[in-house]
Ligand binder design. Sequence first.
Ligand SMILES: [Zn+2]
Length: 119
Amino acid sequence: MHELSLAEEVIKIAGYEAGKNDAVRVSEITIEAGIFCGVEIDAFRSALEMLTEGTMMDKTAINIQRVNGRGFCSECDKEFEMNNRIDTCPVCNSFPSEIRRGHEFRVVSIVVERNDDKD
Ligand SMILES: [Zn+2]
């Protein structure tokens, strides 16, 4: 499953950050998910929950920020917002020659709790 390997990837990134910062817990992970990224958000959340149970990422708040797509029309040399895969250039109505945003799925921030935060 695609979502499972993505969850593993996110855990690896968060684990690395946690290790680097001597963290005892990961409290928050923010992920940017483009509307064309093809990730089933619910499935991703469940995979993450399943994989992190009982770890320092158990109960971590997962913020998913949806990002709209951006298309580029080479005819008009214009970039435009896409809310839908079938959106066309607002000037000439043709399909974008390139989709520049909307496929991303990446971790944008990780908040960790350190041991000395509690002293
Ligand atoms: Zn155009």
